[in-house]
Each structure stands twice: as structure tokens, then as C-alpha cells.
Design a protein around this ligand. Structure first.
Ligand code: SME
Length: 157
């Protein structure tokens, strides 16, 4: 995957006008469409006063997990630990919250709030392939987390 080409594409998109929600939605569609192993691409947004994650913009199948407490599932684990979490085989993760039987691996990257320094939300990606997320994906997505931080923070309730 040529991540540098993708980065220039989404930089144009994120510099555009529109609301933070519209920009993040367009980013989800772009990355789901352009990266073959990204089968579900979305954001969860952390509430300001409660340790809860609300489902934000996403591209892919609808999920029943629209509200996840910190500490629950892979998403809640990443929010609590403030660290990227990669699960190569979700069937071996006892805390995994299933969205679709097709999903085999997942990466969750925390997005830090530039103003408060706490977790503003996270990037969550599911793949239908086992071990779909390489160190290059992690580096790419951790850079992306910095770039989208202000837009994710703007969606916090
Ligand atoms: N699998 C996640 C739940 C969210 S869905 O992947 C969209 C988890 O275990 O937290």
C-alpha cells in the first residue's frame, strides 16, 4: 500500500470546507475504498464527562455497538490504556465485541484531544483477513490520529 499517496489525498479532503462530521465521514469512505484490507473504517468519540464511547462517522456495515464503556471490548481497552491495540485474530480475544462474523482482525488507535490531553476518541478498523494490520498500518494510522484530532474532539458531547 502506498500510504504517502493516500496521505496527500486525505490532506486535500481534510483541508476542505464542511463540518468536522462531514470531513471525517468522507475520510472513512476514502480509506475503506482505497485500502483493500480495511473492511470497516470508523470513529468512536469519547464523552467529555463520562467514560463512554459513542459511535461516530463510519463506512461499512451498521454495528450494534453504538455505545461502548471504557474498558469494554477492544475499543474500550484502547481508550482506557491510551495505546493502539491490534488483534490479529479476534476469535482469540476474550474481550472482543463482535460486529460481523466476517471480521477476523482489528486495530484501534486512540485519538488524543489537543486541548485537554485526554482521549477524544479513536479510529477503529475491522478486516476480513487475519492479521491484516502491519507496523506500516499502525504508523500510518497513528499519524492520521494526530491529523484528525481537532475534528474528532469537535464531535465530543
Ligand atoms: N469490535 C469492537 C466493537 C466495535 S466494532 O468493531 C465496530 C470491540 O471489540 O470493541
Amino acid at each position: 500500500m502506498d500510504f504517502s499517496k493516500l496521505e496527500s489525498e486525505y490532506s486535500v479532503l481534510l483541508a476542505g470546507s464542511g463540518s468536522p462530521r462531514d470531513r471525517l465521514s468522507a475520510l472513512c469512505e476514502l480509506l475503506k475504498a482505497r485500502v483493500p484490507q480495511y473492511d470497516w473504517f470508523g470513529f468512536y468519540v469519547a464523552r467529555r464527562a463520562e467514560p463512554l464511547l459513542d459511535l461516530g462517522p463510519f463506512a461499512g456495515e451498521a454495528t450494534e455497538h453504538t455505545l461502548i464503556p471504557f474498558g469494554r471490548g477492544i475499543c474500550g481497552q484502547a481508550a482506557e490504556s491510551r495505546e493502539t491495540c491490534i488483534v490479529d485474530d479476534v476469535s482469540s480475544a476474550s474481550n472482543y465485541l463482535a460486529c460481523s462474523l466476517k471480521v477476523k482482525s482489528e486495530i484501534v488507535v486512540p485519538v488524543m484531544d489537543p486541548r485537554t490531553g485526554d482521549v477524544a476518541g479513536e479510529i477503529d478498523i475491522d478486516s476480513h483477513a487475519v492479521a491484516a494490520f502491519a507496523p506500516e498500518d499502525r504508523a500510518f494510522l497513528e499519524r492520521l490520529a494526530l491529523i484528525v484530532a481537532a475534528d474528532v474532539a469537535a464531535l465530543r458531547k
